[in-house]
Each structure stands twice: as structure tokens, then as C-alpha cells.
Design a protein around this ligand. Sequence first.
Ligand SMILES: Cc1cc2nc3c(=O)[nH]c(=O)nc-3n(C[C@H](O)[C@H](O)[C@H](O)COP(=O)(O)OP(=O)(O)OC[C@H]3O[C@@H](n4cnc5c(N)ncnc54)[C@H](O)[C@@H]3O)c2cc1C
Length: 423
Amino acid sequence: MNDAVLSTRCVIAGGGPAGMMAGFLLARAGIDVIVLEKHEDFLRDFRGDTVHPSTLNLMRELGLLDEFLALPHQKVFQLEGWVGDERAILGDFSSLPPPCNYIALMPQWDFLNFLARKAGALPHFKLMMQTEAKDLVLQGDSVVGLSARSPDGPLTIRADLVIAADGRHSVLPDQVGLRTIDLGAPMDVLWFRVPRREGDDEETIGRFVNGRILIRIFRGDYWQCAYVIPKGAFDDVRGRGIEAFRNSAAELMALPRARLDALESFDAVKLLSVSVDRLERWRRPGFLAIGDAAHAMSPVGGVGINLAVQDAVATANMLAKPLLARNLTESHLAAVERRRLFPVRVIQRGQVAVQNLVIARALAARQPLKPPLMFRIVSRSPFLRGLLARLVGLGVRPEHIQTAAFLPQAEENGASRPVSRVL
Ligand SMILES: Cc1cc2nc3c(=O)[nH]c(=O)nc-3n(C[C@H](O)[C@H](O)[C@H](O)COP(=O)(O)OP(=O)(O)OC[C@H]3O[C@@H](n4cnc5c(N)ncnc54)[C@H](O)[C@@H]3O)c2cc1C
């Protein structure tokens, strides 16, 4: 049996924050888009839920903020650090311009379902779940589509542009010889939940003691916890047993030990193998990688989702016109890469500095930790607390929505016909 063949303007591999936002914005601008997501739904493992002011601002520009915030979420206005016995506010988001002056904590699947609902209402958008992108289709040096596996069998999708937004394990860039630069990470992270009870405070806080680090994130009726361990040390942690892990976590969280009984076994603990890397180049003719597929981020600052969304916005802003006019060239793709490479470089450089100067030292320390000078300076300066919040919350050179919403008469001016055709 021959593969089914579809034809569209843009096919996106991966329905994460980058792929769904890019698909939504391009379809909103009148471009035929197919997004492929290999899973059957968005309701999967915890993958972070920090929606930063940069993303909230974009929702506002799209006129979707109120509807978006009607979904259950918690607001975090300040980030606290706790080194040894000293506790201090290190980032103050409330100093950013209102109303998007906080981090909204919302499960990633709610965020993705919201985008899927909004995009699904557009005539130019098509989401294919349980459909896995496999191989790029090449014609000479150019990418002209991809092959995929769907529940109905193999499929080829031809497109003017293939976007890899399929996360940090994407195999597509390698198929066109795009190499990865590994910036290294000294740690991994163990994620788990602990119930929150009446009388607990609401602070999202990172606690550093000698040899151990725990970040606890306020999530209403539970704490989302990130226990930072040296790279590759999960087997050692497991070897010491769940009881030792519960004791250590309870101590770091300053919670009664019994609260950690909720953690029945290591099955409830999810390992995030941290990597920080980026592609040397993000594009080839007809091909662009964005989000984690182009640059895996460290969890420092919780910026991964938000940078992926920023990439998507820049992609739509810069490629909508050439895609509509069907005159897309590699130089358009290079312009997206240039625009996004700078913020990614700055943030990754900051993350690597924090990883090496703060996290690796805290994990290696055998003596009681003293707060570094910088901790004390930031904690006493409202200006620096605001600056840190700006860097983490808004990022570097934040994107704004520049694509217009598609109007039916745009078709006469070159917009593609709704929905892809089966050939
Ligand atoms: C445990 C954990 C905790 C995290 N915590 C945070 C946090 O607190 N804050 C934060 O900002 N970031 C966090 N991150 C990082 C964040 O999840 C990513 O940076 C962000 O989701 C990147 O978005 P993306 O769209 O580029 O890729 P992804 O979110 O990885 O999305 C890629 C999508 O592509 C799909 N896919 C993969 N391969 C294929 C294929 N071949 N064909 C079709 N579909 C495919 C995947 O199923 C997935 O849905 C965390 C990540 C993990 C794993």
C-alpha cells in the first residue's frame, strides 16, 4: 500500500509549547499548517508549569488573557532563596509592569489544550494526534516535507517549510547534518509532589544547604518539588532508599516528616536528566528547528516553556509573509535563527554560570553553606530584585505578536486555501 500524501504550506513536528504556538499563529495569519503530535493527548508527565510574564503578555496581545487566566492557576510574585540559615527574596515580579507581573503556575497540558482549542477553531489549522514524524523528505539540499506514522498508517506530508518543534530528543536536525553544541550540566533534578496543608506558607523557595538543594513551588493544595542531585547520581539516591530520601526532603522543605509519607516509592519521583545545548545552526533550506529541538534549557529560572513560545512568535512574525507569498528562502530562516540565538545565548550563559558557581558548589560542599556575597547584595536591593525578575520573567529582547489575524478576503491576496489536501 502506498503512503497517503498530504500537501500543506507548513508542517510542524511536535505539539509542545513551541509547535502549538507556532501552528496557532501561522494558521491565524491564514497559512495552512499541520501540527503532528506523537501522543494521543497532552495529559502526560509533569513537564513544568511556569507561565512567565513574557507568555502572559503575548496572551494579552492576542486578546486571550482573561480567558486563559480563567483556567486554574496560582500566581507567584516573588522568588525566595534560602542559603544555610539565611532567607531572602531574590526576584520580585511584582515590580514588572502590571497586569502580567507574576508567574502563573498552570499545568502544561492545560496550556496546550487551550492553544489546541483556539487553533482548532481556525480553518487553516490541522492537528494530527498520535502521529509521529519520522524522516525528512529531501530534494537535493532542500527539505520538502516529512514522513510520519499515523494510526491510519504511513504518511508523507509535503510542505514549503518543515518546523522541528519536537523537543530536545528531536532526531530531525541530525538528518540534515545539524550538529549540537553541548554546554554541560553538573546536575539532574528529581521532581515530585507533596501535599500542602492548612498553616503552610505559600512561598516558592529554593533551599541550599551543604550537599543538597531543594526547590519547592506553591501549587495550591500541593507543593511541586525539585530535588537537585549531582549528574548521574539517581542510582545512588535510590540505593539509599525512599526513607532516607523522605527524611532529607522533609528537612529541606521544613515540613513535618509525616507529610512525606505521600511519597510511597521512587515511582512517584520523576528524573529530569538536565542538559543545556543548542544546535550550531537551526536551519536548512525548507527546514527550521525551534524550542527545545534547537536549544535544550537548564531548569534554572524555569524558562524552557517561555523561550519555546518566544521562538514560535518570532517564527510566525518573520515567516508568515514569505509563506503566504510562497517565496520563502533560507535567508528568511536564517533571520529567525539570528533573532532568537542572541536571547538563547544570554540565558544559557546565565544558566551555566548559576549551575557552575552556585549549584555545583552547593552540591559539592561538605561544610555548612554561607550565602555568597551576591545573595546578600541582591536580597538588599529592590532594584536588583526587579532586574532579576525582568531577566527571568521577560527574558532578553521579548517578542510581540506582529502577525495579523487572518480575514477571509486575505485569500485573494495569496493566503492558502483552508486545510491541507489529500493528493
Ligand atoms: C520534568 C520536567 C520539568 C520541567 N520544568 C519546567 C519548568 O518548570 N518551567 C519551564 O519553563 N520548563 C520546564 N521544563 C522544560 C520544558 O518542558 C521545555 O523547555 C518546553 O516544554 C519546550 O517546549 P517545546 O515545545 O520546544 O518542546 P516539548 O515541550 O518537549 O514538546 C515537544 C512535543 O513534541 C512531541 N514529539 C516528540 N517527538 C515527536 C515526533 N517525532 N513526532 C511528533 N511529535 C513528537 C512530544 O510528545 C512533545 O509533545 C521541564 C521539563 C521537564 C522534562
